[in-house]
Ligand binder design. Structure first.
Ligand code: ATR
Length: 278
């Protein structure tokens, strides 16, 4: 890649951001597509977020990704939000559109693409069990409901957050039946997809949900990708259930961001392959 006077700037802001795989995956795709952009990591402390956004405006950044802990806090600093970002209440992609910073959320759509491509799973009419009610769950559920999910049960350590999510999305998506539960039901014969959106399993914390209770045809998705085989996925594999980790979602949200910034589709499969290598 040759950086010149015309190279456009992309990047990611987070705190920390050094472990992010996005710079590697985006630069690889940009180079393969022959595009004159560079994508850099920007560690930004929460107290300096508004300064960072002002700086990005001043230098005319073309676009950037937003990661933990800025996804919610950045929304009021932008000029406009897409309907999805507005409804989810979080932004993971920003595009500079003629000087106006527009916030998008590609996380949920990334999940739905990953479910379709990797598991052949279509959320339309499906019954889902979602573990967690944080930012990741909000983005995921939004896209799943928009894709026509029939029924969703949400379980979260803090039940009030699950309840809040049920109320909020119940109004937005009247054709999806949303419920929250205090504890995991013993038997889950009607569940088509078990989705973990929490960090449980990241460092070997005990299982939050037991695939034993699922039907043989159910699929399991764990948004965690490090470790690549979480205890939840291990248990699903022992049951011979179709299951994947969150790497495909990470790639698909990045592909969607790439398209927002460049107007082009990235080289097919390259982002996922780059993540697998990393
Ligand atoms: P994110 O944006 O990644 O979703 P978040 O908004 O902090 O981050 O949400 C983290 C999710 O993981 C929440 O559902 C959280 O449960 P609480 O709402 O009760 O906090 C869940 N979580 C985090 N640590 C957990 C743990 N040790 N056991 C169970 N759930 C946990």
């Amino acid at each position: 890649m040759v950086i010149s006077g015309t190279t456009r700037l992309l990047g990611i802001i987070g705190d920390p951001v050094r472990h992010s795989l996005s710079p590697r995956m985006q630069n690889r795709a940009l180079a393969a597509a022959g595009l004159d952009y560079v994508y850099l990591p920007f560690p930004v402390a929460p107290a300096r977020l508004s300064e960072a956004v002002a700086g990005f405006r001043a230098v005319g950044i073309h676009g950037f990704n937003v990661t933990v802990p800025h996804k919610v806090a950045i929304a009021p600093l932008l000029d406009r939000l897409s309907p999805e970002a507005e409804q989810i209440g979080a932004v993971n992609t920003v595009h500079n559109e003629h000087g106006r910073l527009v916030g998008y959320n590609t996380d949920g759509v990334g999940l739905v693409v990953s479910l379709r491509e990797e598991l052949g799973f279509d959320p339309n009419g499906a019954h889902l069990l979602v573990i967690g009610a944080g930012g990741a769950a909000r983005a995921a559920l939004h896209a799943l409901c928009a894709a026509g999910a029939g029924r969703v049960i949400i379980i979260n350590r803090t039940t009030d957050r699950a309840k809040e999510l049920v109320e909020r999305y119940g109004l937005l998506f009247p054709s999806t039946r949303l419920e929250f539960r205090e504890t995991l039901p013993q038997a889950l014969p009607d569940i088509d997809l078990l989705l973990n959106t929490t960090v449980v399993g990241m460092d070997g914390i005990s299982l939050s949900a037991d695939p034993e209770a699922l039907a043989d045809t159910a699929v399991v998705y764990d948004m965690i990708y490090a470790p690549s085989l979480t205890p939840l996925l291990g248990a699903a594999q022992r049951r011979s259930l179709r299951c994947v980790n969150g790497l495909g979602m990470l790639a698909a949200q990045g592909e969607r961001a790439f398209t927002i910034w460049t107007g082009l589709a990235p080289p097919r499969g390259l982002m996922k392959a780059t993540l697998e290598e990393a």
